[in-house]
Design a protein around this ligand. Structure first.
Ligand SMILES: [Zn+2]
Length: 148
């Protein structure tokens, strides 16, 4: 078992488990989460979410971002300047679409989350540009439970 500094089991899930957890996703959700798609801007359910809590991986429940690190980037996608735990969000170089970008995936289930750019606000100056489809939300006071 691999445990992150923040105390979560980040042992990678098998592809069989990932497929089982994704079984009830819509085609659009599968395209974003499993095939590195991007949802249309200004239509995701979490863009204007102002509640206090934790954004988790839609597929496996791993905590990814705290509401306190969310900011309005004007891009039309929910944006954060810092992950809950650096070990929860994996960076992958993405050279598709003629651009050199850094893709983010869930460290545990490999779900596509979005991309990170270096034009965010202080203190990190990072902008994690996420797809709402890739996220779940757990309000403060509710338990965070990993799916396994
Ligand atoms: Zn995950």
């Amino acid at each position: 078992m691999t445990t992150s500094q923040s105390g979560y089991d980040i042992t990678p899930l098998s592809s069989e488990r990932v497929n089982a957890l994704a079984a009830d996703f819509t085609p659009e959700e599968r395209q974003v989460i499993l095939h590195q798609g991007t949802e249309r801007p200004f239509c995701g359910v979490f863009l204007d979410n102002k509640k206090t809590g934790t954004y988790v991986c839609r597929l496996c429940g791993l905590p990814l971002f705290k509401s306190g690190t969310k900011f309005d980037s004007g891009t039309g996608w929910p944006s954060f300047f810092q992950p809950v735990d650096k070990a929860h969000v994996r960076d992958i170089e993405d050279v598709s679409h003629g651009m050199r970008r850094v893709e983010n995936r869930c460290a545990r289930c490999d779900a596509h989350l979005g991309h990170v750019f270096d034009d965010g606000p202080a203190p990190t100056h990072l902008r994690y540009c996420m797809n709402s489809a890739s996220l779940g939300f757990v309000e403060d006071g509710q338990p965070i439970s990993l799916k396994s």
